[in-house]
Design a protein around this ligand. Structure first.
Ligand SMILES: CSC[C@H]1O[C@@H](n2cnc3c(O)ncnc32)[C@H](O)[C@@H]1O
Ligand SMILES: [Zn+2]
Length: 436
C-alpha cells in the first residue's frame, strides 16, 4: 500500500535537519520510501493521497525511560526525596498491584504518551503480582512502539530473587520480537543499590546470551554514590563496570552525579544516558550535566520517568526543560540549542535505545510521525518561526494526529486504539482500591 502525504511542512530531524515546506512524504506499508519537495510524478501510482491541510509534521517523540505501570500513582508521594519516596510510598503501593491495575495503568499511560506525540518508549516495570505477558499484549494492542523491561530486584528472600531472575530471563526472551517487531525487551536490573552484585552479574549474562540491551537506574543522587562507595568501595559506574554490566549495550537512566572519569568510562563502553530533567528536579536529585555528556561523545536521549515523579508524559515539556536547564546551569544561552534538544527527543533518543529504525523522517525509516495544526493556535504564531516553536512554545496537547508503523493511532486528538472513556473510568475506580 503506497500512501502519499502532501500539503504539509515536514521537519525531518535527520542529521542535516532538512525541512520541506509544501513537501511530500511517501509511505510504503510501514516504511517511509521517500520525503522531499512536492512532486506530481510521485502521485501517479499512489493507492491513497492524504492532504494534510497545511499541518506541521515531525517524527514521533522517543521517551527513553518511563514506568507506565506506575501511571495510577500520579500525584502520590509528592515533595519527597527519592529514597523515602520509593521505600515508604511507591514500593508499598506497588506491592498491591494486580494484572488488572497494571493493564489499566499501562493503557492510561500509553494514551497520554500517544496523544502528546510519543510514538516510541523504553519502559521498566515492577513485575510483582502481575502477569507481565498480559500487560505486553495490552501494549501490543495500542499500536505503540518500544521496549518493555521486566525489572530485576534483590529485595526479599533468596528464593524471591531466584524467581525474579528466572521471570526476567523468560519474559525477555519470549517478547524480544513481539507485535511484528514493534515491541521488544531489555534486561533491567533496577539499580546498583536495589540489586546485589550477583544479580547485576546475572543481568549481564542474560543480556549477553540473549543479545539484549541493558536498562538500569544509575548515579541518580548523592546518597546513591555514598551508599555504593560504602558498600562496595567504588562509585556506581566503576562498580557496574567491574561487574561486566557495561560489556553489553546499556542505557542508564539519570546520570545526575557523574565526574569526568566516569564520563570517560561511559564513553569507552558506549553506555547511553536517559536524561530525566523534570523527575530529577521534582525528587530533588539535581541537574545532570548534559552538555558535558554530549561533549564526551555519549549518546543521550530525553525521558520523563514515571508520572509519580514528573507528573506527566509530555515530551514537549521535557525537552524544553532539558534545554532551559543547561542554559541556566551554564549561564550561557548558546548551550543546548533547539536543534540539540529536538534531536535528543527524536533521532538521538532512538539511537540511544538501539532503535535507529525510527526517530527521523527519512527513506528507509519506520513511518512514525505526528502532526500539529498550528493555524488556529496563537502560541504557535508567527508561523515563519515554526522550528523554534516546536521546542520553545509547543505542548503535548497541540498534537493532532499520530501515526506508528504507517498506521494512524490518534486522529484529531482521539485515540483509535484505546477506549478513552473506559480507561479513565477504570483508572479512577482501581486507584480507589489501593490503600496508601
Ligand atoms: C521496578 S521497575 C521501575 C520501578 O522503579 C521505581 N522507580 C520509579 N522511578 C524511579 C527513579 O527515578 N529511581 C529509582 N527507582 C524508580 C518504581 O518502583 C518503579 O516501579
Ligand atoms: Zn525511573
Amino acid at each position: 500500500m503506497k500512501t502519499i502525504y502532501t500539503n504539509a511542512t515536514f521537519f525531518t530531524m535527520d542529521k542535516e535537519n532538512r525541512i520541506f515546506e509544501n513537501g511530500m512524504m511517501v509511505v510504503q506499508d510501514q516504511t517511509i520510501s521517500s520525503i522531499g519537495p512536492h512532486s506530481k510524478e510521485q502521485m501517479k501510482d499512489a493507492d491513497q493521497v492524504v492532504d494534510l491541510g497545511g499541518k506541521w509534521v515531525m517524527p514521533g517523540l522517543v521517551n527513553v525511560h518511563s514506568h507506565i505501570v506506575m501511571t495510577l500513582l500520579r500525584g502520590i508521594g509528592d515533595d519527597m526525596l527519592l529514597k523515602p519516596w520509593l521505600e515508604t510510598k511507591i514500593w508499598p503501593i506497588e506491592a498491591q498491584f494486580t494484572t488488572e491495575i497494571a493493564s489499566v495503568s499501562t493503557q492510561l499511560g500509553i494514551l497520554e504518551m500517544m496523544k502528546s506525540g510519543t510514538t516510541t518508549f523504553s519502559d521498566m516495570f515492577n513485575p510483582n503480582g502481575i502477569d507481565a505477558g498480559a500487560v505486553m499484549e495490552t501494549i501490543g494492542e495500542t499500536g505503540m512502539r518500544g521496549a518493555f523491561s521486566y525489572t530485576i530486584f534483590s529485595l526479599g528472600s533468596e528464593a524471591d530473587q531466584k524467581a525474579n531472575l528466572t521471570g526476567a530471563e523468560q519474559f525477555s526472551k519470549a517478547y524480544k520480537n513481539f507485535a511484528d517487531g514493534r515491541l521488544t525487551t531489555m534486561v533491567a536490573p533496577h539499580s546498583p543499590y536495589a540489586c546485589t552484585p550477583e544479580a547485576i552479574s546475572e543481568s549481564a549474562r542474560i543480556a549477553k546470551e540473549n543479545d539484549l540491551m541493558v536498562h538500569i537506574h544509575v548515579s541518580e543522587t548523592d546518597f546513591e554514590i555514598l551508599d555504593i562507595e560504602t558498600r562496595y568501595g567504588a562509585r556506581p559506574v566503576e562498580h557496574l563496570r567491574r561487574l561486566g554490566l557495561f560489556d553489553q549495550p546499556t542505557v542508564m537512566a539519570h546520570g545526575v552525579v557523574l565526574n569526568e572519569e566516569e564520563r570517560s568510562i561511559l564513553k569507552q563502553h558506549d553506555v547511553r544516558v536517559a536524561h530525566n530533567p523534570i523527575s530529577n528536579l521534582k525528587l530533588g536529585s539535581g541537574i545532570a550535566d548534559v552538555v558535558s555528556l554530549l561533549k564526551a561523545g555519549i549518546k543521550v536521549g530525553v525521558a520523563t520517568d514515571g508520572v509519580a515523579s514528573n507528573n506527566n508524559f509530555d515530551m514537549f515539556e521535557e525537552m524544553r526543560t532539558a534545554a532551559l536547564l543547561q542554559k541556566g546551569m551554564y549561564k550561557d544561552a548558546t548551550q543546548f540549542p533547539a536543534q540539540t534538544a529536538l534531536a535528543m527527543a527524536t533521532r538521538m533518543g532512538a539511537e540511544a535505545i538501539g532503535m535507529s529504525h525510527t526517530g527521523s523522517l527519512e527513506a528507509g525509516k519506520k513511518a512514525d510521525f505526528i502532526t500539529i495544526y498550528p493555524h488556529d493556535k496563537e502560541h504557535l504564531q508567527p508561523l515563519s518561526e515554526a522550528y523554534s516553536h516546536l521546542l520553545y512554545a509547543a505542548r503535548g496537547n497541540d498534537v493532532c494526529d499520530v501515526y506508528i508503523n504507517g498506521k494512524m493511532v490518534v486522529k484529531d486528538r482521539v485515540s483509535l486504539t484505546i477506549d478513552e472513556e473506559k480507561v479513565i473510568a477504570e483508572a479512577n475506580r482501581l486507584q480507589g482500591t489501593l490503600s496508601r
